[in-house]
Design a protein around this ligand. Structure first.
Ligand code: ADP
Ligand code: 3PG
Ligand code: MG
Length: 390
């Protein structure tokens, strides 16, 4: 693989894939603030390096999951505003990623200019890794830099399609993540405790399987644990789940003593946080209720296991942390990890933003910009985006 030191970027149009997928719970004050911008900050070394090298920088990014359609509130204007502030220089944000207008604007670029293309996921071709789309993007630049570690587990056009058409290399952030996470892989300390929460079991089930071998304890919570609770035969009411994943989940060794799912949960009839909630055993969730956080016994169990760990890996919230009432489980887990003097690594857009909000970032050994990407890497799997680089 090549690195950015291997190229001369002077006056070159450089396509840089970045991960600016800041948490979707913005809007607290209508702007991206310093609790939410850490993924943008993490790419500054590469952007600044390219500026020093007098490159013409064209940034490619995604935001949320618009499913191949234009979604107005998933445009990158707020990201542009924050980036301008962090760089203290103007960024030209375009309203599209390909086409005549984009070509015209890029044709006018001077060395040191920065263009941010619109949310690449407005095109279904991105996710489908459409080769014509990748070619059209490639025609905009002369060199491709992947600095989007957090998206490198996705076999998308801007991640694996683009490097087929252009000389390419890893950016400084991607390089740093690979170096750091490789160290963890090579020097695993035990007990290793892996905590996986968050939204979807479908994206994380492979890592859960892998870590069942590698880790000494695997703590599962969040919406993805709902599918596990359901696969165990309990009623989960109206909880967020992926029903189509139940059969697959049943194939996990759910009775493995290393695997810990919630034993009690916080439930409510809706997720607003405005209606009353209660703590329930997982065997006692009612038809009209939703599981929204882990309960006190689960917190006790998890924090005890964490306190004994030599190495902790965490990705994904324990509950619906956007609603303060249901962020208690995540908060307790975050503090337990922060208190543990051993080695810790935490990744994931929502998880890291939450740690930042709690002011605990400096208590964690390594903050990774990857969520799914970090888990996949640490499970020893190859990331398509890294494989795709020369
Ligand atoms: P990360 O961004 O840290 O990788 P994910 O994107 O996988 O984490 O998951 C974060 C999302 O999961 C958050 O929006 C959170 O509200 C949601 N979530 C976690 N637990 C629940 C739950 N019990 N019900 C609904 N949503 C949940
Ligand atoms: C992330 O937030 O983990 C990355 O930006 C990838 O986003 P995705 O899970 O929507 O593909
Ligand atoms: Mg997320």
């Amino acid at each position: 693989m090549k690195f950015i030191r291997d190229f001369n970027f002077e006056h070159k149009r450089v396509l840089v894939r970045v991960d600016f997928n800041v948490p979707l719970w913005l809007g607290k004050n209508g702007d991206i603030d310093n609790e939410e911008d850490w993924r943008i900050e993490a790419t500054l070394p590469t952007i600044n390096y390219l500026l020093e090298q007098k490159a013409k920088i064209i940034l490619i990014a995604h935001f949320g999951r618009p499913n191949g359609k234009i979604v107005e509130n998933l445009r990158l204007d707020l990201v542009k505003k924050r980036l301008e502030k962090l760089l203290a220089r103007p960024v030209i944000k375009l309203n599209d990623c390909i086409g005549e207008e984009v070509e015209k604007q890029i044709g006018n670029m001077q060395a040191g200019d920065i263009v941010l293309l619109e949310n690449i996921r407005f095109y279904p071709e991105e996710k489908n890794n459409d080769s014509d789309f990748a070619k059209q993007l490639a025609d905009l630049g002369e060199i491709y830099v992947n600095d989007a570690f957090g998206t490198s587990h996705r076999a998308h056009a801007s991640i694996i399609g683009l490097p087929k058409y252009l000389p390419n290399c890893a950016g400084l952030l991607l390089e740093k993540e690979i170096k750091f996470l490789s160290k963890i892989l090579e020097k695993t300390e035990h007990p290793l405790v892996v905590i996986v929460g968050g939204a979807k079991i479908s994206t994380k089930i492979k890592f859960i399987k892998n870590f069942l071998d590698k880790a000494d304890n695997l703590l599962l919570a969040g919406a993805l644990a709902n599918t596990i609770i359901s696969a165990k035969g309990f009623n989960i009411g109206k909880s967020v789940t992926e029903e189509e994943m139940i059969e697959e989940t049943k194939k996990l060794d759910l009775d493995n003593p290393k695997l810990h799912a919630p034993v009690d949960v916080a439930v409510s009839v809706d997720s607003s946080g405005k209606t009353s909630s209660r703590i329930s055993l997982i065997s006692n969730v009612k038809k009209d209720e939703m599981i929204l956080d882990i309960g006190p016994d689960t917190i006790k169990l998890f924090t005890r296991i964490i306190s004994q760990a030599k190495m902790v890996v965490w990705n994904g919230p324990m509950g619906l942390l956007e609603v303060e009432k249901f962020s208690l489980g995540s908060r307790e887990i975050a503090h337990a990890i922060a208190k543990n003097p051993g080695f810790s690594t935490v990744g994931g857009g929502d998880t890291v933003a939450f740690l930042e909000e709690l002011g605990l970032l400096d208590k964690i050994t390594h903050i990774s910009t990857g969520g799914g990407a970090m888990l996949k890497f640490l499970a020893g799997e190859k990331l398509p985006g890294i494989e795709a680089l020369e």
